[in-house]
Ligand binder design. Sequence first.
Ligand code: ATP
Ligand code: MG
Length: 402
Amino acid sequence: MIYDHIIVKYGELSLKGKNRHHFVNQLRDTIKRKLKPYEGVTVKKAFDRMVIELHGADHEPIVEKLQEIFGIQGLTLAVKCDLELETIQKTALEALRQAGPTVKTFKVSTKRNYKQYPHDSQELNHLIGGYVLKNSEDIKVDVHHPDVEIKVEIKPEATYISCIDYPGAGGLPIGSSGKVMLMLSGGIDSPVAGYLTMKRGIRVEMVHFHSPPFTSDRARQKVEDLTQVLTKYGGTIKMHVVPFTDVQKAIKKQIPDNYSMTIMRRYMLRITEKLAAQNDALAIATGESLGQVASQTLSSMNTINEVTNLPIIRPLITMDKIEIMEISRKIGTYDISIRPYEDCCTVFLPSAPKTKPRREKANRFEQYMEIDTLVEEAVNNTETVHFKEVTEARDNAFEDLF
Ligand code: ATP
Ligand code: MG
């Protein structure tokens, strides 16, 4: 491979005005942390992008790592060479060859930041394109829809040539949009909701409701494993495990079966709201998707939502199950989510919850409950665990376990 650089481009960051500097530094720190296992690889900040010098390292695993980082729009493999026309021509030809055997058409696009260079960009396009044509077979120029665009950048200190691009994760760097409490179950949806929330730069803290002995350690393990996977995108993540057994027992005793699910969700929100206040989070995120199950009708959301005035972020609200599953496979949570487990909801809940619960009824059923005490006890006994992103070496060890 002649490619010795990866150029990191960060789209939307440029919109962020005076905080831009802060976000770029944050992004650089994340990149450095991710690439720590790759000795010799260095990261440099340029005006509108970051340049990673590979120093002989294989680019593939590094590109994969970089694709986990929010705030990166795209990645480009590049090779640096000097400013001699002949070197540029030869390097461009080699770069194109390495783009693969299926390439049939190309074009050259030159950008000349170094205005004193003896040829202008039009001339350079011709000089480089002509050389490539003369020295390769079976390949043509197509200026409108080329298989590959050879991009040549002439800078005062060097030339950068690139023709292989990868998409980045997009979004904004984690931490640039504040913090949210994510209600994380062991299902398919909430981890995806977490990923999408983080994508917009939001740091998440997990809240999981656990009802021992009705839900097992295995169920908890599942949520821990999901959180561990999400650290790939979010860095260190705090997880709050809320003991929920007493609340559920009280509901079982005092609430008619067809409202127990609605009331249970109201408790979950009340508790999450308290944890949000304790941890400086300004909103709550869930994996709800409209119409999926009885708890996810508009009437149901309306009645559940009554107990909090924090914004509730529901990134999946309009998505189909198939779309959600696709994302969950892509981000690596699907296989964990489909492990069998008992959810605190499924253990206690009736088979036919009300699909159109009403606020007045929920309030009426709740009036004999010790709401404040139940909420306070759950919050006071919540256990908080920290999850850190695992490094390369541990990642491999982890895979061996399965
Ligand atoms: P998921 O696939 O995320 O479990 P779901 O389709 O099973 O979602 P519900 O069971 O109705 O839907 O849950 C809706 C949302 O409520 C979940 O996405 C999650 O945000 C939250 N939630 C449900 N159970 C728990 C739990 N035990 N702990 C924390 N949050 C939960
Ligand atoms: Mg679920």
